[in-house]
Design a protein around this ligand. Structure first.
Ligand code: ACO
Length: 164
């Protein structure tokens, strides 16, 4: 538990099935990439340790969800690796710039490394999403590739990755 500079308590914990409706609501408010209930549920069932929510004074205000993949390193493109994939992260607008996403992501990276034994982590982000790209740079990610037309509206994605 962390007390922020406004005296609010921020707690990061594993999500439970009861959190999914609220997580879906946050996803819909914050991002154009929305998923079905069964997608969220399948990620929670398969990778529960890195499906995290952030609570501020008891309300869930953000989430991160990840999965584990086996594939070619995004960094050296030479070796096969266990890769953590950050599928989605979001924080409600009223709770931004108080370190919530940093807490969620830092904890997820720690668990991907220590419990899911991943040696690398990657994600896709819209090339126009300056706040998220800044967050990822701050946490040590680098841009490794541009995926042309990755999003449904045609926008390109940066693939960003870092070692764990
Ligand atoms: N402008 C510039 N830099 C920013 C901004 C911003 N608006 N927001 C965050 N950052 C950077 C800064 O470096 C910041 O550090 P600082 O506050 O010390 O300057 C750092 O990120 C950490 O910020 P946090 O407070 O931890 O981030 P926050 O809790 O506000 O959440 C997030 C950031 C998740 C990107 C939030 O803005 C959000 O939910 N956006 C909409 C959803 C989204 O874009 N999600 C990511 C999509 S990609 C994916 O899911 C893989």
């Amino acid at each position: 538990m962390v007390i922020d500079d406004k005296g609010q308590t921020v707690q990061i914990r594993q999500a439970s099935p009861a959190d999914l409706p609220r997580v879906m609501m946050i996803n819909r408010i914050c991002l154009p990439e929305n998923y079905t209930y069964s997608f969220f549920d399948s990620i929670l069932q398969s990778y529960p340790k890195t499906f995290l929510v952030a609570e501020v004074n008891g309300d869930v205000v953000g989430y991160v969800m990840c999965r584990v993949e086996h594939g070619l390193s995004k960094l050296d493109r030479l070796s096969m690796k266990r890769l953590g994939h950050i599928i989605s992260i979001a924080v409600l607008p009223d709770y931004r710039r108080m370190g919530v996403a940093t807490m969620l992501l830092s904890k997820a990276l720690e668990i991907l490394r220590d419990e899911y034994k991943c040696s690398e982590v990657f994600l896709e982000v819209r090339v126009s999403n300056y706040p998220a790209i800044s967050l990822y740079h701050k946490l040590g990610f680098e841009i490794v590739k541009i995926s042309k037309g990755y999003y449904i509206d045609g926008e390109d994605a940066y693939v960003m990755a870092r070692k764990l």
